[in-house]
Each structure stands twice: as structure tokens, then as C-alpha cells.
Design a protein around this ligand. Structure first.
Ligand SMILES: Nc1ncnc2c1ncn2[C@@H]1O[C@H](COP(=O)(O)OP(=O)(O)OP(=O)(O)O)[C@@H](O)[C@H]1O
Length: 314
């Protein structure tokens, strides 16, 4: 087995570089492990590097060292390279939220995550969300979730905060997230959604939060889809309405305490295909990255991809 490590040194406010140093020193002392590494230099580069890796015949597995955004880009590149046999991927988390690692069962300790790769015996096929947005004629994937409304507006506010890098560097990113969440709670307007899931069609006039998930976690460990599993060919959509303030506040408390799906005010849809339309224009977030503020006409479906990493027991 020969591994190519794709390192985002900037992930997690510089954690990517430190994690790679630790992994590299371990590997350098083990002469039996064949590996190479590449370092991403700019946003979008992980996708290009993954596409190049997939063309190489001397490699067996791409190991991504970075955050959820880096992994998202790398898998996008691997899927776009359209190899006859999908190129194996593995992951050493070095981001701020590391939700995919939680969902899959990958240790956040770099050397343990590496051991999950080195001791792996067979490929583990996982589910990947695929979307097509008819409003913009754009398609792509999500490994974690695709959110519109409340959570996406928080991602927008946090990403555009001048203090983000400073707070992340001082491990205060969670505080930044909470302050933004409180602000968005009072400023985010309601919007209209029409959802089709199987034979069921539902319309919501005052939606506030809408998240499609590939595994349970969002926002650094909150469980928004507790029953969802990354190895299950299914997606889960949750819709929360903005009706009365006390109910909305209660729902958001349930969200923050990972109990949203047990709330009477959360509507759940599950399936291999989901179709929904959103008006007027809203912020979106796809694995923490922003597609911009606009209307959406989304068709979601399940794709699969092979991982070369032994999942930890939950
Ligand atoms: N050298 C680089 N400089 C700046 N950005 C980079 C570089 N290499 C990759 N990127 C971009 O950094 C973005 C964010 O990376 P990533 O999501 O992995 O880290 P994070 O935001 O710190 O972690 P998390 O998503 O877990 O919060 C990705 O879009 C990636 O393309």
C-alpha cells in the first residue's frame, strides 16, 4: 500500500501543519510504510491535488489531513476524476469542528487516526450526499450537511467575522459561534419551503432552519440527525418553523442540546431522494462553505465512496 498525504497546513487555524508534523515524524521512523505528501497552497487546491492523485498509478490511497472543508474538496476532486475504480480515501482530522470524523468514527488524536488507516483490512463504503440546484444549475456533494436558514446564516456571520482567526487561534471559536447564533436567532427571517420526500409533499410558510444530513453531527458536535449513519444509503432532512418566540427559543435550545429531532416542532423527512424549493433568497452552507444567498430548488440523492479506515466503535 502506498499512501499520498494531502495536507492543508491552514486547517483549524494552523492545526493542519502541527498534525502533519506529528504524523510525518511517526511515518519517517517506520521504513516499511510507503508514502508521499503534497501541501495545499490555496482554497480550492485540495480538489486539484486530489484529481492529480487519482491519475497516479503508483498510489493506492489518498489520506487527507485537514478540516471538513479540505476533505469535502478532496472527495469532490476524486469523484470528478471519474476513475473506473474509485480511488481510496482516508482522513486525519485537523479542523475546528471535525464533524465528519465524529460521524464516521475517526479519532481526533492524529496517531490514533493514522493507526485506523494502517490497520485497516478492507474498504468501507460510505454514503455521500449529492445535490443539484436547478436555480443555479449547480451540482456537488456534501459529506456532512447542507443547511439553509438559521445554521447557514451563522456560518456566514462567523466566516465573515474579522475576529474568526484570532478566536480560533486562541481556541475560542465556540464563543464566536454562540454569539453569532444569538444574533442570527433574532435577525433571521422566516422563509417558504416545499418538500417532496417519496409520496409525501409538505409546505411550510414560516421555515427557519432546514438541514439535510449525511450523519448525526453539525456545528462541532451537536447531534441534529441522531439516527442518521454515514454507512446508510439515506439522507435526513429536518425543518424547524418560526411560529411563536417561546416555541422557536425552545426548539433552538433543543438544537443546542442535540435533542431537536425529539421536539414536536421539528419535521423530519428521510429518503434516498429529497426535493425541496426555498423562497425568498436565503444563506446556504454546504459542509461549512457558502454557496451564496439565493433561492434554492434542490434535488438531493445518495452516492457512495470507499474509505480505507477502520471506524472506531461509538
Ligand atoms: N494553504 C491554504 N491557505 C488557505 N486556505 C487553504 C489552503 N489550503 C486549503 N485551503 C482551504 O481552506 C478551507 C478550509 O479548510 P478546512 O475546512 O479544512 O479547515 P477549517 O475551516 O479550519 O476546519 P473545519 O471545516 O473543520 O472547521 C478549504 O476551503 C481549503 O480549500
Amino acid at each position: 500500500m502506498k499512501y499520498l498525504f494531502l495536507v492543508n497546513p491552514c486547517a483549524g487555524g494552523g492545526k493542519g501543519k502541527l498534525v502533519w508534523q506529528q504524523v510525518n515524524s511517526f511515518l519517517a521512523a517506520k521504513f516499511s510504510i510507503r508514502f508521499d505528501h503534497v501541501v495545499s497552497q490555496y482554497a480550492g487546491h485540495p480538489r486539484e491535488l486530489a484529481m492529480q492523485a487519482a491519475q497516479r498509478t503508483d498510489l493506492d490511497c489518498l489520506v487527507v489531513v485537514g478540516g471538513d472543508g479540505t476533505l469535502h474538496e478532496a472527495i469532490t476532486g476524486l469523484m470528478e476524476s471519474q476513475q473506473e475504480k474509485p480511488f481510496l480515501v482516508a482522513y486525519i482530522p485537523a479542523g475546528t469542528s471535525n464533524d465528519f470524523a465524529r460521524g464516521y468514527g475517526i479519532s481526533t488524536k492524529p496517531l490514533q487516526a493514522l493507526q485506523q488507516i494502517l490497520t485497516n483490512q478492507h474498504a468501507h463504503v460510505i454514503n455521500i450526499g449529492h445535490y443539484h440546484d436547478a436555480c443555479r444549475q449547480q451540482s456537488g456533494i456534501f459529506i456532512n450537511n447542507f443547511g439553509i436558514g438559521f445554521d447557514a446564516a451563522i456560518v456566514h456571520a462567523t466566516n465573515n467575522s474579522r475576529a474568526k482567526d484570532f478566536l480560533n487561534h486562541h481556541h475560542l471559536g465556540t464563543f464566536s459561534y454562540i454569539f453569532k447564533a444569538i444574533h442570527v436567532l433574532f435577525t433571521q427571517p422566516a422563509f417558504q419551503v416545499q418538500v417532496k420526500a417519496g409520496k409525501q409533499t409538505r409546505c411550510f410558510d414560516r421555515a427557519f432552519l432546514l438541514v439535510a444530513s449525511n450523519h448525526p453531527y453539525i456545528g462541532g458536535g451537536m447531534r441534529i440527525a441522531p439516527d442518521q449513519r454515514v454507512d446508510q444509503k439515506q439522507l435526513e432532512l429536518v425543518v424547524v418553523e418560526k411560529r411563536h418566540w417561546p416555541i422557536l427559543l425552545w426548539s433552538m435550545l433543543m438544537f443546542a442540546s442535540s435533542r431537536l429531532t425529539s421536539s414536536h416542532y421539528a419535521h423530519l423527512f428521510r429518503g434516498q431522494q429529497l426535493h425541496y424549493r426555498i423562497t425568498p433568497a436565503q444563506y446556504g452552507q454546504i459542509d461549512g462553505e457558502e454557496p451564496g444567498k439565493h433561492t434554492f430548488d434542490l434535488k438531493l440523492e445518495c452516492r457512495s465512496y470507499p474509505f480505507w479506515q477502520q471506524p472506531k466503535m461509538h
